[in-house]
Write a protein that binds this ligand. Structure first.
Ligand code: ADP
Length: 534
């Protein structure tokens, strides 16, 4: 018997779509398809289609907890699927089409997906993987041109007059795998409750700042890191969504302008492409754009400056699949208006502070039982906890560490006295030289600031005397000449002398992971037999 006397209203994600359809039913959802055509629907339309999809899934025998997979870009049919899959009580499993075949094989089999909904552009992947995917019984294509039943025809038999499956708020609703730079990908199984709490924080000003006047262009794919929770938070707010199924900067820029987009979210690479597009087209960033949320990897300072000079509010966020993914954001500080522009940019260039619901701490890299002070100097392994942080990976056995509740992010960071988080590296990537730590990220950041350097990666390579020493791997900009000594001199102006890389190698290409990050593991493999010259 509970002592409290308030109503029972479970925190289930279907509440979002009910609310959106009821209170913001006519707010538009725009989809721009790869072939240049567009569709327009509304939150009421999304709910109706999602209900039809849930009815259809129920007829196929999909039961609460069953996994429904997607392999698709951003568009309203994908959004319908998010709500349709959870509406039947199922678990939405968004798969990243950029993963390698072995990972795609592992993920869908490990998840035991029963239904696969996909875009026609990914038909070659489907054809290739079909014989390897053992549990998938039904294939549905989002486009009429695809090699499977068309989504619209598939749901057309249903009337949309059903009810959502009910259940506990701690039931799972979504499954996302990390790309797994080492070993097999790991699944993170989000719950209804965790997803609702996460979305409610996502709506607030330090994060996406969404309300019903927001026109949101989510560039972050719906297949990566739960699309930062936007499909849920946007419905709660009744925002208008503008989706593009292609990531071409010219298309995104045109959509931004035409639909008067106010808010957009994406990784730094996407913003680099967009800013380059505006420059070469001789255009300004559309005036309607007021907020840019950027995360997934560190935002370069020059990008922050450029956006802020155009009057845009930048929210530089840190997070990971394991944190749903919101961890921190570089929100304005209480004394924001008293700071100089440069000071403001410096704050935005760090990863920001934790919102309510996220706790952070750093522990000693050599002794995880030692919690480090928030002194802005001491770097350590970053740990987090909160209601939308993973407890254990999908299908992992419960063990003693569950009770501990602090999740090891694998990131290395410094926490400043005011709570600002500053990432300095990944635990696997820090370079240990003579018992001291060297931040590979700081070396890289300094290196890319040198003219002619397109991309740089620093890795630790075995050294007989120092254990490891940094090796800098550099890709030059097309046609550029880069002098090694001048580069080292430039680095010396940014990092401690003993951090300077013992050698610089120029390569044509640096390997990347399925989510576009530098693959240090591949790079370390590549240079495993590197010999330092005496
Ligand atoms: P993956 O599937 O590759 O694990 P995630 O999006 O979960 O994809 O990756 C999370 C990692 O990305 C974090 O642990 C951190 O190292 C990095 N990251 C995310 N946001 C930032 C940021 N703002 N600055 C620097 N690194 C970031």
């Amino acid at each position: 018997m509970h002592l409290g006397a308030m109503q029972d209203w479970s925190l289930r994600v279907t509440r979002f779509i009910d609310h959106a359809a009821r209170e913001h039913g006519s707010r538009e959802i725009v989809s721009r398809w790869a072939d240049g055509t567009e569709s327009r629907t509304t939150w009421a339309g999304i709910r109706h289609d999602a209900m039809r999809m849930a009815q259809k899934l129920a007829k196929l025998g999909i039961k609460p907890g069953d996994r429904v997979a997607t392999l698709a870009m951003n568009h309203h049919r994908h959004l319908v699927t998010w709500y349709g899959a959870v509406g039947v009580g199922g678990v939405l499993h968004t798969i990243n089409p950029r993963l390698f075949d072995d990972q795609l094989d592992y993920i869908a089999n490990h998840a035991e997906d029963r239904v696969m909904l996909f875009d026609a552009v990914f038909a070659p992947i489907i054809e290739r993987m079909k014989p390897r995917w053992k549990t998938i019984e039904h294939y549905i294509c989002f486009d009429s041109s695809g090699p499977a039943e068309h989504f619209e025809d598939w749901i057309a038999t249903e009337d949309g007059q059903g009810e959502w499956a009910d259940g506990d708020e701690r039931d799972p609703c979504m499954l996302c795998y990390t790309s797994g730079t080492t070993g097999n990908p790991k699944g993170v199984l989000y719950e209804h409750r965790s997803t609702v709490l996460h979305a409610m924080i996502g709506m607030t000003p330090p994060l996406f700042s969404v309300d019903c006047r927001t026109v949101m262009l989510p560039i972050v794919p719906m297949f990566h890191a739960a699309s930062w929770g936007l499909p849920w938070a946007g419905a709660a707010a009744g925002a208008k969504f503008v989706y593009s199924a292609v990531n071409d900067p010219a298309v995104l820029a045109e959509l931004m302008e035409r639909e008067a987009v106010t808010t957009s979210a994406g990784v730094p690479t996407v913003w680099l492409g967009l800013l380059q597009h505006f420059d070469t087209a001789g255009k300004d960033i559309p005036e309607s754009l007021k907020t840019v949320v950027c995360g997934g990897s560190a935002m370069p300072r020059a990008m922050i400056e450029r956006l802020m000079r155009s009057g845009i509010r930048v929210s530089h966020a840190w997070g990971m699949t394991e944190t749903s993914p919101i961890g921190t954001s570089s929100a304005e500080t209480w004394n924001w208006d008293d700071l100089s522009f440069d000071e403001q940019v410096s704050i935005k260039a760090m990863q920001g502070r934790a919102p309510f619901g996220v706790e952070l701490r750093c522990v000693d890299l050599g002794d995880y039982s030692k919690v480090l002070p928030r002194d802005g100097k001491t770097s350590g392994a970053l740990q987090v906890r909160g209601p939308w942080v993973v407890k254990r990976y999908f299908k992992a056995e419960a063990d003693a560490t569950d009770a501990d509740q602090w999740f090891d992010t694998g990131d290395v960071a410094v926490i400043h006295p005011d709570g600002t988080l500053q990432l300095t590296d990944r635990t696997k990537d820090v370079i240990k030289s003579g018992g001291e730590w060297i931040s590979s990220v700081e070396l890289e950041n300094a290196a890319v600031g040198f003219p002619g350097v397109a991309e740089a990666a620093a890795i630790g390579v075995y050294h007989p005397r120092w254990d490891e020493r940094p090796l800098l791997v550099v890709v030059k900009k097309p046609g550029a000449e880069v002098c090694q000594d001048a580069l080292r001199e430039h680095l010396a102006g940014h990092v401690a002398k003993w951090w300077l890389p013992d050698a610089v190698v120029f390569v044509d290409e640096i390997p990347h992971t399925g989510t576009g990050k530098i693959s240090k593991k591949d790079l370390r493999d590549q240079f495993r037999d590197w010999k330092w010259s005496a």
